[in-house]
Unconditional design. Structure first.
Length: 384
């Protein structure tokens, strides 16, 4: 940190080890030897209490606590009560993540005690680093009806007919699936998986194939049927999608950079050995939000739209010339991938090797970047 004013410096991110992670991806992106002894699922860069990043001789959450106004800026510090507003991650799933949903702020506060690990909402966004396969958002009832008709599984068609008179057929169908007895779930899942295997042509072939591949990882899991209610997408590198609170989603595989509110609140609906909270999921799920990949602003710096105050993502393309970084007077975390990037701040430079990241406090001077790598820059969505 020599030569840098106040709160700016390289971060020491936290590696998360989950069974669904990769033994190679995060290690290789951060310049470490691979394969790793344990699977590495996520790389956290932020100040969440469960795994705060190190910075100099402290941690980012402690640094912010020392002087929230310097670190966050006066408006951001006041709005978020002095708490760091976002969390930047690399995700590297080799097996599917659970089908899950996250609460908004009011839902997190209203929930029964012990339901959530913190009192914050958890909207999130991601940009694909490699091809990244996801299910995100629920299909419309009409589209579910079309898909079920094409799949031609009598057990599934019967369940759909049972909700045809409901005022909220998608929510009711989801609830009926999740509330089936264990034997009923086994019967329905087996029929659905067999039906997907017999229909690997046509407009839904990619979704059916994804269900089949996931069935090998989670045999007999009711989450496989829930996937059919959701929209399947394969994001290409650079594609971006915003997932607001309440939207059901499951990430199948690939590598992405994820940016989210500073929360770890999760409610699961399948594809996991962890407990499901069906009633809470049905309370908070949003069945109407359509998920559409977002388009960035054009230019060397791509800024992605978002409608929450917690975060905004910017991606800076490689280039030898210095380019101004957005988010001056906001808290920022910068991550370099696929090459080194130099952050220029006043009279000082900070070089980030591939996989390295740094924090720039809101009290810092305007910054620029140059280099051969791609820079992922996370800022608060709320300006000072």
């Amino acid at each position: 940190m020599t030569g840098f004013p106040r709160a700016i410096g390289k971060l020491r991110p936290q590696v998360k080890n989950d069974a669904w992670g990769s033994h190679t991806v995060i290690a290789e992106l951060t310049g470490r030897s691979a394969p790793t002894e344990q699977p590495e699922s996520e790389l956290w860069m932020g100040a969440h209490e469960a795994a705060p990043s190190g910075i100099a001789d402290t941690t980012l959450d402690q640094l912010v606590a020392r002087d929230p106004v310097l670190a966050l800026g006066p408006r951001v510090a006041e709005y978020f009560g002095g708490r760091f507003p976002f969390l930047l991650k690399i995700l590297a799933p080799e097996t599917a993540l659970s089908v899950q949903v996250h609460p908004d702020a009011a839902q997190a506060l209203e929930a029964e005690s012990g339901t959530y690990v913190d009192a914050w909402p958890k909207p999130e966004a991601l940009v694909a680093v490699t091809r990244f396969e996801i299910f995100a958002g629920l299909r419309s009832y009409a589209d579910i009806q079309r898909l079920v008709d094409s799949l031609d599984v009598p057990e599934l068609s019967k369940k759909l007919a049972e909700v045809s008179g409901s005022s909220t057929p998608v929510t009711t169908l989801l609830a009926n699936f999740l509330r089936l007895s264990a034997d009923e779930q086994d019967e329905l899942v087996a029929a659905v998986v067999a039906g997907c295997g017999a229909r690997l042509q046509g407009p839904d072939a990619e979704a059916f194939d994804a269900v089949l591949r996931t069935a090998k990882q989670f045999p007999g899991d009711i989450g496989l049927v829930v996937l059919l209610l959701m929209v399947h997408r394969v994001l290409e590198p650079g594609d971006y999608i915003f997932v607001p609170a309440g939207v059901l989603h499951a990430y199948v595989g690939g590598t992405c950079v994820e940016l989210l509110a500073n929360s770890d609140n999760i409610v699961r609906a399948g594809l996991t050995p962890k407990p499901l909270n069906i009633e809470e999921l049905l309370r908070i799920v949003d069945t109407d939000r359509e998920m559409v990949p977002e388009r960035p602003t054009p230019g060397r710096v791509s800024s992605y739209p978002v409608d929450v105050p917690h975060f905004q993502l910017h991606v800076v393309a490689p280039g030898r010339d210095e380019t101004p970084l957005p988010g001056t007077e906001r808290p920022r975390i910068a991550l370099a991938l696929h090459g080194s990037v130099t952050i220029h701040c006043g009279d000082s430079d900070l070089e980030l090797a591939p996989g390295e990241s740094c924090f720039l406090g809101a009290g810092e001077c305007p910054a620029t970047a140059s280099g051969h790598g791609t820079l992922y820059l996370a800022t608060s969505g709320l300006s000072n």
